[in-house]
Design a protein around this ligand. Structure first.
Ligand code: HEM
Length: 532
């Protein structure tokens, strides 16, 4: 039968059905057409799309679990929103790499790698792999330097911040770091027992970075239990990163309504975490904008990492940051510098209490440069202590910095990695957790063992060690973090004998990834001043 006749016959037989449909009231019409749309989406479009992804897509040659190809959105809901799965995707990545090899297709457009040469190609200086909008989209920080996607814009913003974070610049912060560590240690002595050291370390790191940013710290260390309201607010903000990532627009709209139209006490009744988040944003906004006002009034002697961002940089084509960009930078530098450094210190103390031999060895080493428990010691000296540095490295290996897969977009035109062609727009992932727990490079990877860093040849471990990431988007605050870690850990261990509170469980230190690792519980310790 010719095609035209077939079409006419089909239309004729469908006509009664169509007439019946048109005779329904509008509400039924809407219901039936919605049902027809959903049915054909689920039973027709999704299966066809799945078959295309499995057999015909340019990425179809790449091994991986087929179930992950059903839907990008379902993957996100499954791994991010379901409370029991939230933050555990990267553990699964590692299992998938063990099963499928160094390259795994983890979603329709996502490919994960476990190959250090590929890592170095993606996270290198002048990379063409930009941060992916699919992840760096959190409404509370998407205009910060951390979430700036465009490579040129990110470079210009980093250049403005870089002079404040170079090694020589950090050396000039010695007095600031030492004085905050002294305050922290005095507070530890004063509290003595049941010290929430997880929050204590956060308070220490945040008081340093906020002083450097705003000429006055947030005063966190002075809080009686290391739990100022805005720190609890920050914890809510971090908890919300998954929801922000999956529903950025909804989160932004709700946040806007809550912020602009409802009094804060009302927001607190409706959603305590949202009220916390807005409180934290307010604190950061007030702090950074008051610095901007001082700068505009001609004060050029003030100490603020933001100074260069208040002005245009015509040479690099960067405009002065808007108030929103400043606020987002204020939030993200506090966030970037607080939890990461805090976690590494947390793990160091936890594992030292579990490994008395290591603690003894560290103490002996510290005594060689600090004759008494409260002796002054320069950061430069602590940097030269091999066992202290090995403890710090091993604790960074356990805390991972940002363990998540740091997704990057394959540039337009595509690229070939490990023999597989990846079209432009493919999202590549690499998880520090996978590299840091590679048993070939780090034998017995789940054992906290600082002495592994004291062997003659550490080159292979160094190659697979990336707590600060690498390349153009390497951590800006790396030197500051290293200085904080040396001074805080060295002086803490020299001054105090420390132990876990009885009810602290090993499972309290298990973590999931909410951008940074989030432990199941908090580390609580007792601390006794040493006599000698
Ligand atoms: C032990 C402590 C720290 C670790 C392990 C760490 C780790 C990292 C990692 C892995 C990244 C890359 C994130 C990504 O690609 O999405 C990063 C970025 C960043 N870090 Fe850190 N960080 C630490 C401390 C600090 C401190 C003290 C600051 C100071 C404010 C800081 C500021 C930043 C900033 C601004 C970025 C964004 C850089 C960019 O996107 O170009 N970090 N950090």
């Amino acid at each position: 039968m010719p095609l035209q006749e077939l079409f006419t016959a089909t239309m004729a037989s469908a006509r009664p059905l169509l007439d019946k449909f048109l005779s329904y009231p509008p509400s039924s019409k809407l219901l039936y057409s919605s049902a027809a749309f959903v049915t054909s989406y689920v039973f027709l479009y999704m299966p066809i799309r799945f078959i295309y992804r499995v057999y015909f897509d340019p990425l179809s040659e790449i091994p991986g679990p087929k179930i992950a190809l059903v839907s990008e959105n379902l993957n996100k809901l499954y791994w991010i929103i379901l409370p029991w799965n939230s933050g555990t995707e990267i553990f699964n990545f590692k299992k998938w790499h063990e099963k499928y090899g160094p390259v795994v297709r983890t979603g329709p457009r996502y490919v994960s790698f476990n190959d250090i040469e590929v890592y170095n190609q993606i996270y290198k200086m002048n990379t063409r792999f930009a941060k992916s909008a699919d992840f760096y989209n959190h409404p509370s920080a998407d205009e910060s330097v951390v979430e700036t996607l465009n490579i040129k814009d990110a470079y210009a913003r980093r250049v403005a911040l870089a002079p404040y974070f170079s090694k020589p610049a950090v050396r000039k912060l010695e007095d600031l770091i030492q004085s905050k560590v002294t305050l922290f240690l005095n507070r530890v002595k004063e509290i003595g027992t049941n010290i929430n050291i997880t929050r204590g370390f956060r308070c220490l790191t945040v008081d340093i970075i906020t002083f450097y940013s705003y000429e006055q710290s947030f005063g966190a260390l002075s809080h009686p239990t290391f739990a100022p309201g805005w720190l609890l607010a920050f914890e809510s903000l971090i908890d919300s990163t998954g929801v922000q990532n999956v529903f950025p627009n909804t989160f932004a709209v709700i946040g806007f309504i809550f912020e602009k139209f409802l009094p804060r006490p009302v927001v607190r009744v409706i959603s305590p975490p949202m009220a916390d988040i807005l409180d934290f944003t307010d604190v950061c906004t007030r702090a950074v904008l008051s610095q901007k006002v001082k700068y505009a009034a001609g004060d050029r002697n003030m100490v603020t990492i933001f100074a260069q961002l208040f002005e245009d940089d015509p040479k690099r084509g960067r405009k002065a940051l808007t108030d929103k960009q400043l606020t987002h930078d204020a939030i993200s530098t506090v966030a970037a510098g607080m939890d990461t450094t805090g976690h590494a210190l947390n793990y160091a103390i936890y594992y030292l209490t579990k490994n008395p031999d290591a603690e003894k060895r560290l103490l002996e080493e510290l005594k060689s440069v600090m004759p008494t428990p409260t002796s002054d010691v320069k950061e430069e000296v602590l940097e030269g202590l091999p066992f202290l540095q090995a403890c710090i490295k091993e604790s960074l290996r356990f805390s991972h910095g940002v363990p998540g897969p740091l997704p990057r977009d394959v540039p337009a035109g595509g690229t070939t990695l490990l023999g597989y062609y990846l079209p432009g727009g493919t999202i590549v992932q690499n998880s520090a957790y996978t590299y840091h727990t590679n048993p070939t490079v780090f034998p017995n990877p789940d054992k906290w063992d600082p002495s592994r860093w004291l062997v003659k040849d550490t080159r292979d471990m160094e190659r697979h060690f990336m707590p600060f990431s690498r390349g153009s988007r390497i951590c800006i605050g790396m030197h500051l973090a290293e200085a904080e870690l040396s001074v805080a850990l060295g002086r803490f261990v020299r001054r105090f004998e420390v132990g876990l509170m009885e009810d602290v469980k090993d499972s309290d230190m298990e973590w999931r990834a909410v951008f940074v690792p989030k432990t199941r519980g908090m580390l609580r310790v007792w601390a006794k001043e040493r006599k000698e």
